[in-house]
Write a protein that binds this ligand. Structure first.
Ligand code: CP3
Length: 347
């Protein structure tokens, strides 16, 4: 299909496509039995991310079942620190564990010259998914992604998730020179990584800033908005037209400022954002994406239908991409996702 005709790309370009295109954050993953089966074959999660045939297959699995308008590359935001040489593993039940970067010595061990080589298999996955979509889901668009520097730095400094990233947030105040160096390294690595994805066939790019909302406004501007804006400027020089989606989770009333200053064409709303507030406060030229509660998809039934319809009603007439307010959670019954897809398609 001509890329200009793909519903997701039209909506990301600012058109109020109706019924709205949809995809779901974490749409590939543990709630799908076919994912769990492939994951067991691949061994660990990092090996799966670096196995292009399997990672491409996992990317396409949810589209086969539910016909989403977007396929998001199967990878992880922490593959950037991994590609910079930071020790990383995913422990069952604990999430990611990294060798923390908290001083100049640990920072000096990060090696940006490794990046290109270490992301090569992920980039090959992008090419394979691009070919796979052309063959089996020609109306769907391929979304590449990276974490925003602040969110990735949170994991790099803390060494793990699951908390409030106290070490990272203290480093931002206590040693802003070192924290700034880490953020700048991540800006450059992220630009290189996202442009490589675009060259391999990604048709839109999303920046996940899952922890931006932990910061007070002045820190949010300095560590979330400014580095994200630097990434957008660098990408725009090479790819002036590629749609960009920003997700500053928990940004609250700073969402419109984020959209304007980062320069993304689409902002993703988290679960707590009132969609009517976003419609009233984010300029109409900016597409909104989100924000059904992932937990209501676990519950399903009438509650899910009512919430989905309320969201559709709030967004009618507005450039909009239906999504969740955060990632799908593993206990989600796949049938509920199927039912949700039917509700969205009715508009
Ligand atoms: C913060 C963050 C991470 N990763 C990501 C974020 C930003 C979005 C968000 O806030 O959720 C983004 C991400 N992670 C993954 C994707 C793939 C594409 C998709 O959305 O389907 C994407 C876009 C796969 C994954 N990333 C991870 C899995 C589970 C790995 C497994 O199969 O065991 C998947 C499918 C692991 C991961 N990766 C991360 C954590 C905290 C965890 C552990 C928690 C968990 O397991 O859900 C870091």
């Amino acid at each position: 299909m001509d890329p200009v005709q793909k519903p997701l790309l039209r909506a990301l370009a600012g058109e109020a496509v109706w019924p709205p295109p949809f995809w779901l954050m974490r749409q590939a993953g543990r709630y799908l039995p076919e994912y769990r089966q492939l994951r067991a074959q691949a061994g660990d999660f990092i090996s799966l991310c670096n196995n292009p045939p399997l990672a491409a297959e996992v990317t396409l699995q949810p589209l086969r079942r539910f016909g989403m308008d977007g396929a998001i590359l199967f990878s992880d935001i922490l593959m950037v620190p991994w590609a910079l040489g930071q020790g990383l593993r995913y422990a069952e039940g604990e999430g990611p564990l990294l060798e923390p970067v908290r001083d100049a010595e640990a920072f000096a061990r990060l090696d940006p010259s490794m990046l290109r080589g270490k992301i090569a298999s992920i980039i090959e996955t992008v090419s394979r998914v691009s070919a796979g979509l052309a063959a089996e889901a020609p109306k769907a668009a391929l979304i590449g992604f990276a974490g925003s520097p602040f969110t990735v730095a949170c994991y790099m400094v803390e060494g793990k998730g699951g908390g409030e990233f106290a070490h990272a947030r203290r480093m931002a105040y206590g040693d802003p020179v070192l924290f700034g160096k880490l953020i700048r390294l991540l800006v450059d690595a992220t630009v290189e990584y996202l442009l490589a994805q675009a060259d391999a066939g990604a048709e839109a790019l999303m920046l996940f800033d899952s922890w931006a909302g932990l910061l007070p406004p002045n820190q949010f501007r300095r560590w979330s908005i400014e580095p994200s804006a630097a990434i957008v400027r660098a990408i725009r020089k090479v790819r002036p037209d590629i749609p960009l989606i920003g997700f500053p989770r928990l940004a609250g009333p700073l969402l419109p400022e984020y959209a304007a200053r980062v320069g993304v064409g689409t902002v993703a709303m988290d679960t707590g954002m009132d969609p009517r507030w976003a419609v009233a406060n984010v300029p109409p030229g900016i597409t909104l994406q989100g924000n059904l509660d992932p937990q209501v998809v676990v519950a399903g039934g009438e509650a899910m239908e009512a919430e989905a319809r309320a969201l559709l009603a709030a967004m009618r007439g507005r450039p909009f991409v239906f999504n969740l307010g955060h990632g799908i959670v593993p206990p989600t019954p796949p049938e509920h996702v199927g039912a949700l897809a039917r509700i969205i398609r009715m508009g």
